[in-house]
Design a protein around this ligand. Sequence first.
Ligand SMILES: Nc1ncnc2c1ncn2[C@@H]1O[C@H](COP(=O)(O)OP(=O)(O)O)[C@@H](O)[C@H]1O
Ligand SMILES: O=C(O)C1=C[C@@H](OP(=O)(O)O)[C@@H](O)[C@H](O)C1
Ligand SMILES: [Mg+2]
Length: 175
Amino acid sequence: MGKPIFLIGFMGSGKTTWGKKLANALEIPFIDMDHEIVEKIGMSIPEYFSLHGDEGFRKIEREVMLDQAERTGIISTGGGTPCYFDNMQWLIDHGTVLYLKHSPKSLWNRLSQSDVNKRPALKGFSGEELLSFIEEKLNERAPFYDRAHIHVDQINTPLEKLVEIIEDYQNDDAN
Ligand SMILES: Nc1ncnc2c1ncn2[C@@H]1O[C@H](COP(=O)(O)OP(=O)(O)O)[C@@H](O)[C@H]1O
Ligand SMILES: O=C(O)C1=C[C@@H](OP(=O)(O)O)[C@@H](O)[C@H](O)C1
Ligand SMILES: [Mg+2]
């Protein structure tokens, strides 16, 4: 088995849920970087944020990313992973990077249904305030996400199609 497939995208884009499904379908291992971070720090991500701030979290996140160098399978990153240090370049150099793309409205729908307190980067926002925050943050992060090898519109790409896209990409000798 070759280099890993890194799933990237905004919070709520489905990196964790689709990562599991994809790994299952492709019969390859699955790793969620946030899960590895929680094991390493011995507390939840919101707790770590409140103790060490965004800056502290980004350092741990990078360490956990560097630990993935020899891994294979599907690796779901956190929404901010590609957007700090030279992380995006590292991901590009060490695997196939797949961006699960959504509009701000779609992310807003999904995140409105989830517990915003589990994602400290959302700062507890809801309603209109959450939508404005998503629009702004996505604007800021899009230049990083856009560098991915593969872009997929997640809503209109069924899982079977995504499996096909990955297999085709990996079988293409040019990659
Ligand atoms: N098909 C769907 N339609 C609407 N919302 C969904 C759907 N699938 C998942 N969600 C919601 O979107 C969130 C995205 O899930 P998750 O896999 O945790 O994303 P990520 O890891 O990219 O942050 C979940 O909290 C869930 O509430
Ligand atoms: O976008 C971000 O800055 C973050 C996204 C989260 O992961 P998900 O994208 O899986 O929610 C998690 O890494 C942390 O709460 C910070
Ligand atoms: Mg996740």
